[in-house]
Design a binder for this molecule. Structure first.
Ligand code: GDP
Length: 548
């Protein structure tokens, strides 16, 4: 089906639908949904801001910046965000460029990032990876790329900060290829760097894009040189031009030319060099998104492949956020539309409970501002108000019973137990943890022994802080989280039920059940986990599990 998916996606992109019944095809065709992945400080916020400038969402750009510096109280919806000046929430930004509707899903940039970040990546069709040219591939980029790889998400690479003294471009590319295991296809190549940065040579267009520090304003064309003009430049800075020629010859000689098909399969990444803060190279990223990134892809379900152009509405929840605005005590479920058309007031079926729901007043988000949305198509993200009915992975359809695959849970790397300051609040604590667990804020495990003392698992420390805060604010529970002596968990299954029962009996003290009743093995060390795996070769240990 994977091949089928790429093919369908290409058919949609190249179709010439214009109007009428084909309206849905036209809308799908012009949509792109992506996230930016990077290690903190590589330049994600800056790039987001510049992308939005091109998209004409100038006011938004200010908000992005403000959120970072913490000056704008409105975008800091949670107390924790205010205190730490970071964005816990992943928000969604929509803008248009060259008649394309582009959905940019923000991922938390802090290193204590959480499962939200991972799940956001399940809702996109492409990603832009920002690499600091001085630092190369960093830890969080590695983690995020692993997640992209689960779905073969196409990756566009932006090597940033060329206006500084950075590492040699060849070295950075080598590192990306060897560490991230993705082939690089340079589309632009830098001419010099730092104070001597002249611009980039565009390998596909045979042009030079001139860099003028600080001068490239939004929407303004950068100066492009071709033919004789490039020769002129070579006279002005012979050594930089010569180096560029030698290096591009070397990489092209190694067969690194761009291949759309390989890109769409997530095996090769087109690489652009630039300087986000100077708005240099940003337009090329947008062009790559519009020209090469796939329109909304078909999605696999438990019964069939859902095409984005199907008339009936389907969508899945990939993130839940509570109380973004203290004046609204409800929760917002972020839903990716997978097919059909959302219109305000439409009736849908909630797959998990079988209940009917009315979808009214879905919103899009621009930081903390809610904007009413009247219609949405595949690839768009809508925010649905609810009071806890919707959970991560939930599916809404116009009646068909299907479940989207691939919304992952990741084995937590941090475990805590909640200790109540007021023992009378045990019931509320239980309720709060259950709901927050369902929401996906943390993962809650019930140990087989000592069932009344749940274990709380997270991927990032920040998740505990958020939950501690929310328990207090929303459930009136004052609890502190104390580290449990567990290092990692693996979901376990076995095709042989009696063998699994044997395993469970022998490992009772190390086993717990997750919210869906799956067994998880809790290891206090990597060695312990390895030993268990060796001792029980017929039992399978999984570091991720899919929702449902
Ligand atoms: P984030 O943490 O990935 O969102 O990174 P930011 O966008 O906040 O950027 C981190 C720092 O790098 C900020 O001080 C930016 O001004 C700076 N920065 C971003 N892009 C560039 C660039 O192209 N050149 C230079 N010299 N600095 C940059």
């Amino acid at each position: 089906w994977y091949k089928n998916m790429i093919q369908t996606s290409e058919e949609i992109r190249t179709s010439d639908a214009t109007a009428g019944a084909e309206g849905i095809v036209r809308e799908v065709k012009r949509r792109r949904t992506f996230a930016i992945i990077s290690h903190p400080d590589a330049g994600k916020t800056t790039l987001t801001e510049k992308l939005l400038l091109f998209g004409g969402a100038i006011q938004m750009a200010g908000t992005v910046k403000a959120r970072k510096s913490g000056r704008h109280a409105t975008s800091d919806w949670l107390e924790i965000e205010k205190q730490r000046g970071i964005s816990v929430a992943s928000s969604v930004m929509q803008f248009t460029f060259d008649d394309c509707v582009i959905n940019l899903l923000d991922t938390p940039g802090h290193q204590d990032f959480s499962e939200d970040t991972y799940r956001v990546l399940t809702a996109v069709d492409a990603a832009v990876m920002v690499v600091d040219a001085a630092k190369g591939v960093e830890e969080q980029t590695i983690k995020l790329l692993e997640v992209c790889r689960l779905r073969n998400t196409p990756i566009i690479t932006f090597i940033n900060k060329m206006d500084r003294e950075v590492r040699e471009p060849l070295e950075v590319l080598d590192e990306i290829e060897s560490v991230l295991k993705i082939k690089c296809a340079p589309v632009t190549w830098p001419i010099g760097m730092g104070k001597r940065f002249q611009g980039v040579y565009h390998l596909l267009n045979d042009q030079v894009l001139r860099f003028v520090p600080g001068e490239a304003k939004a929407g303004q064309d950068v100066e492009t040189l071709q033919g004789g003009e490039i020769d002129q430049l070579a006279k002005q800075c012979p050594s930089e031009m010569q180096t560029m020629r030698d290096e591009t010859e070397l990489v092209m000689g190694a067969g690194a030319s761009f291949d759309l098909d390989e890109f769409l399969r997530g095996q090769q990444s087109p690489v652009f060099f630039g300087s986000g803060v100077n708005n240099f190279g940003v337009r090329e990223i947008l062009r790559a998104l519009v020209d090469w990134a796939p329109p909304p892809l078909p999605r696999a379900t438990d019964v069939r492949l859902v095409l984005p152009t199907e008339p009936a509405f389907t969508g899945f929840v990939f993130k839940i956020q509570a109380n973004m605005d203290p004046n609204h005590r409800d929760r917002i479920a972020f839903m990716r539309v997978c097919s059909g058309r959302y219109s305000s007031g439409m009736k849908v079926k909630h797959r998990r409970t079988g209940k009917d729901m009315k979808l009214a007043n879905a919103v899009t988000f621009m930081a903390n501002e809610r904007t009413r949305m009247d219609e949405a198509y595949a690839g768009d993200i809508i925010g649905v108000h609810n009071h806890g009915q919707l959970q991560i992975g939930d599916v809404l359809t116009e009646g068909e019973a299907l479940t989207f695959k691939g919304i992952p849970y990741f084995a937590p790397e941090l475990f805590s137990r909640a200790r109540l300051r007021d023992p009378m609040k045990a019931k509320q604590l239980q309720k709060g943890l259950r709901q927050l667990g369902e929401e996906g804020a943390v993962q809650v495990f019930e140990p087989l022994i000592d069932t009344s003392n749940p274990l709380i698992g997270a991927v990032g420390q920040l998740q505990f802080e958020v939950v501690e805060h929310r328990l207090k604010a929303e459930y009136g529970v004052d609890a502190v989280f104390e580290r449990a002596g567990i290092q990692t968990a693996r979901w376990v299954t076995c095709t042989d039920a009696s063998h699994l029962a044997e395993f469970v009996k022998a490992n009772q003290s190390r086993l717990a059940k997750d919210v869906d009743g799956n067994y998880a093995y809790l290891a206090d060390s990597g060695v312990n986990l390895r030993l268990a795996q060796e001792r029980w070769p017929k039992v399978q240990f999984f570091a991720t599990r899919e929702h449902g």
